[in-house]
Structure formats: C-alpha cells, structure tokens
Write a protein that binds this ligand. Structure first.
Ligand code: KIV
Ligand code: NA
Length: 277
C-alpha cells in the first residue's frame, strides 16, 4: 500500500474512516507493522519502558529516539512514521525544539513528530510547524509530566480538568498541530474534542469516539510484564511464546536433541583423509 500523507489522514477524519497506529522501536517489529497494514507507526518514547527497562519515559534521550527511529524506517519504508520528542528535547526553548524536531526528519526520515503538552507548549508547536514539520500534539495522561500528575493517572474526569484539556486541544490546533493524541481521558471528553477540532484526534485509553487508535506494542503483544494499563488490550502473549521457545531450546541442548542431522555440514573428502588429521 502507498504511504499515507497528512492529507490522507485528514480525509480519513472527514469520511469517518478510522486510522490505526502502533508503536515500534526496531526493524523486525516495524516490518511486521507495515506488512499488517498499519496507517502509522509511532517510535514512542515508551521505548524507555518497553525496550530499556526504565520505570518511565523521562530518561529517554534524543540519541535513543534517533537510533530507534532509523531502525523503524528501515523496517517500514512505506509507512507514515512519527518520531516522539523525548523529555528535555523541546522544553528549553523554541530554537531547541526546532533543532531536535529537524533531527527526526533529517537523520531518521520521519514524517512527523509528536510532543506532549497543551497551551504551555504552544510556542514550540508553532515554531516546529513554521519549520514545515508535521506536528502531532499529545494531551491528557502525559507520561513525561507524570511527576506533576502524581503518577500515570487518567485526566479530564472532572469538569475543571476537562475544560482545561479542551483549551489545550484548541491551543495546539491553533498553534499549527496537524493531529492530536488524547491519552487516558473519558470517551465523553474525547467525543467533544474530536468534534470540536478540524484536525484528526486519535486516542489511547480515550475510548471509541475519535478518529483512530494507537496501542503500545509491548502491551498489545504481551511482551511488557511490569504492568498493564487498564486501556491496553493484549492480542498476543509474546512473553509466553518467547520464554517457551528458550526453554525448549535449552532442554534440547541439555538432552542432546539439538543440533540434529539437518543442522550440520558434512565432510566432502573421504573419512580416511579426515582420519589423518
Ligand atoms: O510513547 C508512546 O508510546 C506514546 C503512546 C501514548 C502512544 O506516546
Ligand atoms: Na510518548
């Protein structure tokens, strides 16, 4: 299939066609995602938890994100790829934000970048958009500010916080974002924001009434065992599949069942020649 453009994604919103994306961090998973026909792949800073074993996304660096985005691009040459700006890469100044956003396009050939926050990052969204880069916003449960939120907690459950999320959504669109991700918010709010904005609104833990969904690969494939968010659906149990494969291999080696005849190379000269070795 042809790679989606931001225009295609906007058309999908208008026609009510849902867009599906998943996170990926390496070549093989990116190639499977592309073969499965994902509309988009996010090289999420969830990388920190899923691949590096940190307990959050805060330690993830630009270098980490670039290296993994490059691998994902090699695995999915024909998929719309979003680079996720890590904590600290866009917080200092508009200039810093533009510099780091450019790196995702120049070095990893990403199609868009995503950053967290509402009105308070509007100047960054504008600066990056003004550089000609497609920006995805991300509000609600924003893992990079989990400290301020008091943990990985759903947002917009009360009128005051719902109102401020609506303001954030509008501020991000106004600043030039061309799509928005809502994380960990009630479906009632998701529906309100999706209808209010002209740009596509996607959800994770935000219910059905929006323009598409994303899931974190580690949750979807059952390979992240530390915890599973309420909103994750497990479509496979890779932890079990992989652990069992490792166990079977170890058993085979210990019992002498591996390698077998078909796994070895045979001598080409006569055995007598080899006996003189
Ligand atoms: O880093 C990530 O995986 C994300 C998810 C919320 C999609 O930003
Ligand atoms: Na992220």
């Amino acid at each position: 299939a042809k790679k989606k453009s931001i225009l295609d994604l906007h058309k999908m919103k208008q026609s009510g066609e849902k867009a599906v994306w998943v996170t990926a961090y390496d070549y093989p998973m990116a190639s499977f995602a592309e073969q499965a026909g994902m509309d988009m792949i996010l090289v999420g800073d969830s990388l920190g938890m899923i691949v590096y074993g940190y307990d959050g996304t805060v330690p993830v660096t630009m270098e980490d994100c670039i290296i993994h985005s490059k691998a994902v691009r090699r695995g999915a040459p024909n998929t719309f790829i979003i680079g996720d700006m890590p904590f600290g890469s866009y917080h200092i100044s508009d200039g810093d934000a533009v510099y780091n956003a450019c790196r995702f396009l120049k070095e990893a050939n990403c199609d868009a970048i995503k950053l967290e926050g509402g009105a308070r990052v509007a100047s960054k969204v504008k600066a990056i958009s003004d550089a000609g880069i497609v920006v995805f916003g991300h509000i609600g449960l924003t893992p990079q500010s989990a400290g301020q939120l008091g943990g990985f907690k759903a947002q917009g459950l009360y009128v005051d916080s719902a109102r401020s999320l609506i303001k954030d959504a509008l501020a991000i669109q106004e600043a030039g974002a061309l799509a928005l991700l809502l994380e960990g918010v009630p479906p009632e709010l998701t529906e309100f924001i999706s209808k209010k904005l002209t740009i596509p609104v996607y959800g994770i833990g935000a219910g059905i009434p929006c323009d598409g969904q994303v899931l974190v690969l580690g949750d979807l494939l059952g390979m992240f065992q530390n915890f599973t968010p309420k909103f994750a659906k497990k479509y496979a149990n890779l932890a079990e599949v992989v652990t069992n494969a490792f166990k079977e291999y170890a058993d085979d080696v210990r019992c002498g069942n591996f390698p077998e005849e078909k796994h070895v190379y045979h001598i080409k000269d006569s055995i007598e020649d080899f006996e003189r070795l």
